[in-house]
Design a binder for this molecule. Sequence first.
Ligand SMILES: C[S@@+](CC[C@H](N)C(=O)[O-])C[C@H]1O[C@@H](n2cnc3c(N)ncnc32)[C@H](O)[C@@H]1O
Length: 271
Amino acid sequence: MQVEKAPPGVDVSRPSIARVYDAMLGGKDNFAVDRSVLERMLESVPDIQIMARDNRRWVRRVAAWLTSEVGIDQFLDVGSGLPTVENTHDVVHRIDPDASVVYVDNDPAVIAHGRVLLADDEHTFFAAGDLTRPDELLADPAVTGHLDLTRPLGVLHCLTLHHVGDEEAHRIVRGYTERMAPGSYLAVSHIRLPEPDDARRAGFMAAMAGYQAASPDFTPRRLADVGALLAGLELVEPGVVPVVEWWPEGPPLGEPYEFAEFLVGGVARRP
Ligand SMILES: C[S@@+](CC[C@H](N)C(=O)[O-])C[C@H]1O[C@@H](n2cnc3c(N)ncnc32)[C@H](O)[C@@H]1O
């Protein structure tokens, strides 16, 4: 059996969310244990890798829209994941080279990569932290040293909130939005729970059960419940929709595919 080498602190005996997602995106920072989760998911939802790719496209569209159309010049990308092709700072800095981008994650593999990759970047930073503790995170000098929380900020919560239960998700969102200056934006992408009468629900849930090995509290939500997370904020048109349909300035991207409606996202402004 081939033994895979891992950076210090990276546990290859159990799958990790960040590494399973990296495997979905065709990255190289994953291990056999992560790929076996992906293989199980693919048996029930063959579109899962297209969904991951479309989520990345959406993150890029949102980052570009916030920078170019709204003029946001500081970003907190929470639960940022392993570096991949065209990360948030690549998109933002093409439009505004002086914008500040802070990535946050708690996965040891992401932390190792983040620190090395960004060591020489004057405008992009990495904070090792727990996204479920917004009060601590937003007081961490690794964040406050680079972002001015008294000014509008873009907070990206992409494919993060379905890793926690309902009460937690609402508490976490409040923890960020209460500390964001008026005029700040929150972007959320999220796995959607198929309705009970949807014939695809059983297969979808079987695939997601595999993911629970990496994320025990995994909680896909109905569309209205994802929208409820953004209550009290001003929703940007077209609201919380399948991410392939979210593009205020242009047509939907990509070809339609069967499970596209189960990856949803929305952007909202703090009034
Ligand atoms: C599915 S990935 C999404 C990555 C990226 N946001 C995107 O949309 O492409 C979820 C990420 O959230 C991170 N994450 C999960 N729970 C976390 C926590 N409590 N604190 C910090 N990061 C966390 C994982 O390590 C992983 O990198």
